[in-house]
Design a protein around this ligand. Sequence first.
Ligand SMILES: NC(=O)C1=CN([C@@H]2O[C@H](COP(=O)(O)OP(=O)(O)OC[C@H]3O[C@@H](n4cnc5c(N)ncnc54)[C@H](OP(=O)(O)O)[C@@H]3O)[C@@H](O)[C@H]2O)C=CC1
Ligand SMILES: CC(C)(CO)C(=O)C(=O)O
Length: 297
Amino acid sequence: MDICVFGAGSLGSLIGGLLADTHEVTLVGRDPHVGVVDTKGLCLSGAVDRHVSPTGRTAVPQAADLGVVTVKSFDTSVAARELATADLDAVLSLQNGMGNEAALATRLDSPVLAGTCTYGARLRDPGHVECSGLGEVVLGAREGGESALADRVGTAFDDGGLATTVSTEMPRRLWEKLTVNAGINAATALARVPNGALTDDPGASVTRRAAREAARVARTQGVSVDADEAAKQAVAVADATARNRSSMLQDIEAGRRTEIAAINGYVVEHASQPVPVNETLTALVRTWEAEHGHLES
Ligand SMILES: NC(=O)C1=CN([C@@H]2O[C@H](COP(=O)(O)OP(=O)(O)OC[C@H]3O[C@@H](n4cnc5c(N)ncnc54)[C@H](OP(=O)(O)O)[C@@H]3O)[C@@H](O)[C@H]2O)C=CC1
Ligand SMILES: CC(C)(CO)C(=O)C(=O)O
């Protein structure tokens, strides 16, 4: 399969690198990273030890069988505009946050698959990405149901050695991931703590309440997510990733714009009843962003 990974930073470079021994992979990202990849190859380290040779470019190729989108959620619309110039048989988002697939589908003619990813990745140097944890990819039709296309992409990912599950219930899967991120990311970012700090009160109380609120909003959107189960799952993931610094904590520590709008902000935007914990977390992260020049958020 000819695969174009669009947004080859941390996660995109890891996923593209893992697939590069089995498929024709092009990483579209920024120099110097993609330039080094193109000339010297890509080194995978951490939980995976491998050197692979995908193509590296700064612009989308003319055509590919599959476009995999791994830009941050706030770059999805721009990514869609660039991907629209390519002839793609299918597009798959592996991004966190909600709304990415819809943003892609409204701008692209290609069918858009939804996906979640729990592999951990960190770009260490140009040409070098660290796998900070093995996980799995779950993918499927973005509105749920059976999909021959999803089956084909799932088989290609399986063949490439990625732990992959094809799901007929992607709306629920995406919301379940959102309830976890709503419970963990902003709280760890604001408190400057690793995920494990949220396994006991007082932190766990914030995590549970934010996840419950997100689950209730999911139900108003017609997606059946149990609030109590979501609360338990968010704390369980915080425990399972106790040593992780969440992606939002990493963004804040690096002074980067965060994905708050697609996580807690999305919960607030789609709530028909007050969601005070998500409102507070969103406002505080946005306060930090405003102080650090990310006013566009
Ligand atoms: N890292 C991880 O372990 C995981 C990440 N995720 C999710 O995956 C997504 C990506 O995360 P992550 O890989 O960490 O983020 P990164 O910022 O490391 O990677 C995104 C890359 O895309 C580049 N990019 C953005 N727009 C363009 C463009 N138009 N053309 C070329 N390159 C572009 C960015 O460059 P620039 O910054 O210069 O714009 C950046 O290098 C997020 O939604 C994240 O939440 C999910 C699971 C795990
Ligand atoms: C699950 C969690 C919170 C793991 O750190 C994550 O997805 C993230 O950091 O964005």
